[in-house]
Design a protein around this ligand. Sequence first.
Ligand code: SR1
Length: 321
Amino acid sequence: APSAPVPAKFAGGDVRISLVRQLSSGDYFEQWLAGAQAEAKALNVRLEVSSGDGNNDKQALNLEQAVTAKSDAIIVDHGFAQTVQPAVKKAVAAKIPLVAFDVDPGASEAVALSQDDHAIAEQALGALKADTGGSGEVVYVYVAGFAPLDRRNETWEQFKKDNPGIKQVAQIGVVNSSTASAVADQAKAALQANPGAKAIFAPYDEFAKGAALAVKELGLAGKVKIYGADVSTADIGVMTEPDSPWVATSATDPANVGRVAVRAAALLVAGENVDRALTVPPSLITQKGLRDAGITSVEQLTRAFPGLTTPDVARVPWTAS
Ligand code: SR1
């Protein structure tokens, strides 16, 4: 049951929150937005959404505009620190509460929200280690500059030090509006150049989908396995299809993370205390686990993994959940 009355501003439907995104295409970002919109509806908040469509300057401009428009709060979703931080400073100066998801806001006033990216990489790499015995040639998919990928990369670097039998034979990666097909092309070339590779560490679902396509097209299913991150209903389809090389992924429920972002922003608008660092834990999801349980959708997955829903992260006292 709610432990506080609904603040007047929320009851009147007068709260406007700007969601300023760097990226919006792909399963992860679509599910995240659906969660954010559902939470905004539940809290009677108007969510004004913009996307930079991968263009950092456009995102920075959208952020400036959210400050000028005097939104009640701003959520910055991804982006590069150097392009986002100048506008974040302006939001702080204008006393606009701010939640930064997957980007360093560079301001102690802002709430920094992330998934536990080190755990994401550790879980996926734990599966890779269990399957390979800790040795073998691995293709790695990475693009620097994205905070979550940089954190996962820290874990990968440490993993290689701790497991000298693991040899990174190629590094590939691109993030754009057709990441999966671009990564598929790169992965094909990397696998052809490195016929001894037996695993691909691809810690973003668009990377993993691209890698899976490459392995299939080269007829290497059974020889090369993929260890990824993130999950969607489409990803579950890819992981569970016959002969799929994508055997493990470590993931949160992206819709849940979008919900947390909106709750944190709403709490700030209401003047409630919010931890300055919020972290959403992932779960390890394996191909075998999905197949054994007959899971075909994220809805079924969240029922099987109740830890994927985190009502206590940024709990709003005036709602029931
Ligand atoms: C390009 S960054 C992609 C990552 O952002 C989110 O953290 C998702 O987990 C995804 O892997």
